[in-house]
Design a protein. Sequence first.
Length: 723
Amino acid sequence: MELLAENDMTEAGSDYLSSLNPPQRHAVETTEGPVLILAGAGTGKTRVLTTRLAHILKTGLAYPGEVLAVTFTNKAAQEMKNRITHLLGRSSDGMWLGTFHSLCVRILRKYAESIGLQSNFTILDTDDQLRLIKQILKAENIDEKQHLPKMILSIISRWKDRALTHTQVKRGEHDIAANVYQIYQERLLVLNAADFGDLLLHCLTLFKNFPDVLRFYQERFKYMLVDEYQDTNVAQYLWLRLLAQGSHNLCCVGDDDQSIYGWRGAEVGNILKFEKDFPGATVIKLEQNYRSTSHILGAASGLIAHNAGRLGKTLWTDEKGDGELLLVRGTWDSGDEARFIGDEIEAIQRQGQALGEIAILVRAGFQTREFEERFLKLGIPYRVVGGLRFYERMEIRDALAYLRLLVQPDDGLAFERIINTPRRGIGESTIQAIHVMAREQGVSLSKAARYYGEADIKGAARTALRKFFDDMDRWRSLLEIEPHVEIAKMVLDESGYTTMWREDKSADAPGRLENLKELVLAIEDFQFIPGFLEHVSLVMDNNQQAKEDMVNVMTLHSAKGLEFNTVFLAGWEEGLFPHPRSMQDTGQSGLEEERRLGYVGISRAKKRSIITYCLQRRMHKGWQTAIPSRFIKEIPNQHMIHINPNGTQANAQLLKPATPRISIGDFDPSKATVSYHAFAIGDRIFHQKFGYGEIMEISGDTLNIEFDHSGCKKIIADFVDRA
């Protein structure tokens, strides 16, 4: 294959450099030596990366087969390939372009025998991995209830992310997992199989044990480019470092301020120490933003500036006008928050704007339920991006199955879904026997199961069935005398379902528990469980009829890489965002990652960004007093306006006459009032929702108030008046 010369450029790609700004062009044309491109949100990162690749090929610096380009998703790889093909005016086939895993597979297929595998080895998915772990636990007489297969698999996967083989892990806290890890790897070799973590780990082992193989690839790849470098884990980092020791022409593109995946192994330190790892590296900052207004960029930059662990950059735009101030809007509770956002969205829709250009970003999945319910009442179509709608989630469908069987004993589908969830020792053979009995006697599946359990035959399955139906009968009898919400809690707790998730050590288990608690709160809005189940059925039917133009609802993590005209950032409260679990697990680094999440959220907005919080949120333990997130205080006043739930202005921001409306609803900033207070312990105050009370303690602008009829609550000073 001939290299493309300058005079062979197509007309479509001949001006590929002229459209770049100076830093972008510098990043494209600096081809030799290690290069770190710090690309802020909306600064044209993908354009730079693809143009750099095309530039290397166009100028004859390398053949396609001598270039390695790494992305994190197959979708990103395909998009990059399409862009390069357009710039070149011809196919870019032959280039090593793909994800870490796909590139490692290419290498391992060729050298599989060197690591004890055959070239046609199988790559196991998560279900296969769990099945193998369970087989090992059973063979080793290890109790699955005490050492959960998911937990052990999670520990092994994390070791592999850190490039630790079973001979390198430290014994001690995870002795059982370490032993299983060794047996697991031995079994994989026998099965001629590997899991996703092995693909990188085996490559590292191959390079370490066979220097000639490593040298071959070091000499082959004259240029290496890596996207989203801030999201690499230790194994990926080591793989790149080894390959880059050949030509040293490694270009990494990323943004330390958008490293938000620490919980799945990403190491922000990889990008922070780039200059140390690659002496003489050129660092190029892309700071001109093409997405957002000045106020949005100022708010995002002001927030992230509070992080100590960052390389530092400041986003700016040369778009005319500053745009709207970021709005921080306080609400009384989560219902009020959903109503406010729903009203704002209707106002946007009346202005003729597409619903698809609106996003609601939440920190935790359980928050979506309140918005989903509100949108259904208003008739606003919506989609949950990167996840299921609330009532479609596995744990919610399981819980609903328990409640359906409670009120309708012959619901065979509900029975089959939960009879062995959590595990009760009722296997497939027992279920098949119950199916046969149901067909022969012409009765429902659950009725046949009751007969089967009452049969005068011994066996663990029959004992489990008897207990299951005894519990169901008891819960059903209590429906007449106990509050239905308490019965719902009782069913989920006494069935062992909540315990199952509480003991599950997988990363998604805490979120599933939060969703179950949110489900119980939803039940409180109905007088009876049957009415609630009917409501859910209508909701599910409505979901099937959704239109194409829909509001986007998603978590902050799912929003990375996306952009919208209007972004609502809901639930910015202490105890929710920053999420306490992140800080408990990793301390200060966890707090900084949470702050990066806030930065990512704000910078998704092109024209309008609105943060909301509640003064109290209904949790599973009842109504909980909330205070605004610490991140709100970190946003510079000159880029935002903060409106209390009662309509007063919380910050002393003086608006210029030319500043546009900061809310598209009914609020008019020109009519807002600014409140200032100097309180002392013992002062009597009045709160619009909780009434009269006395200040017991003062911490900054937070007051600890003993209310006459509502008990002790923490309230921001701006939300109360002197009595």
